[in-house]
Write a protein that binds this ligand. Structure first.
Ligand SMILES: Nc1ncnc2c1ncn2[C@@H]1O[C@H](COP(=O)(O)OP(=O)(O)OP(=O)(O)O)[C@@H](O)[C@H]1O
Ligand SMILES: O=C(O)C1=C[C@@H](O)[C@@H](O)[C@H](O)C1
Ligand SMILES: [Mg+2]
Length: 172
């Protein structure tokens, strides 16, 4: 798929990869609308993600996320930052891969840890050993990010804006 024929750009990757931050920069550069599926779920539900996890469990959140991905991927000319676990459901992977150009922001666990250390809004990281949790999640999810993506971009070098420019230059 080339950008000319592609309707959307979808960002996938783990917590702290920079999907939200780089997504906003991409939207600025390309003059496309920025949408964050986590934020849309919160707005639609009228509750925070930690609250949804508390009350409905992870399964309840994944159900809401699947409905949101199915809906948002039908739009055109959006930059969509997905949640870190959006690639878990096969239907989500299919919608993302078929309806837009998918970029995997590949990020080592050490960097995810640094970038998420101050933030208490990620329920899966509220554990005594977040490093172990991130390693466990990445082991399962890395192949799914790869399978879904059309392009893989490491996020280890450069600030979010530089990476966004690099991505625009790398688009087919
Ligand atoms: N390339 C980068 N260099 C330095 N800091 C970054 C970079 N990308 C993101 N950050 C910082 O890391 C933190 C997490 O980034 P962000 O919220 O965009 O990640 P995310 O992939 O959307 O995570 P989540 O899946 O939890 O929503 C933010 O504070 C952001 O400013
Ligand atoms: O990696 C995950 O499973 C998650 C990442 C966040 O973006 C949120 O979607 C939520 O905290 C779950
Ligand atoms: Mg995000």
């Amino acid at each position: 798929m080339s950008l000319r024929t592609c309707r959307n750009i979808f960002l996938v990757g783990p917590m702290g990869a920079g999907k939200t931050t780089i997504g906003r920069c991409l939207a600025d550069i390309l003059h496309w609308q920025f949408v964050d599926s986590d934020h849309e779920i919160e707005a639609r539900t009228g509750a925070t993600i930690p609250w949804i996890f508390d009350v409905e469990g992870e399964e309840g959140f994944r159900r809401r996320e699947a409905m949101m991905i199915a809906e948002l991927t039908q739009q055109q000319h959006i930059i969509l930052a997905t949640g870190g676990g959006a690639i878990l459901r096969p239907a989500n992977r299919q919608h993302l891969h078929q309806r837009g150009f998918v970029i995997y922001l590949e990020t080592p666990v050490s960097m995810q840890l640094e970038r998420t250390a101050m933030d208490k809004n990620r329920p899966l990281l509220q554990t005594p050993n977040p490093e172990q949790r991130l390693n466990d999640l990445l082991r399962i999810r890395d192949p799914l990010y790869r399978e879904t993506a059309h392009l893989i971009v490491p996020t280890t070098d450069g600030c979010a804006r530089d990476l966004a420019h690099k991505i625009v230059n790398a688009l087919p």
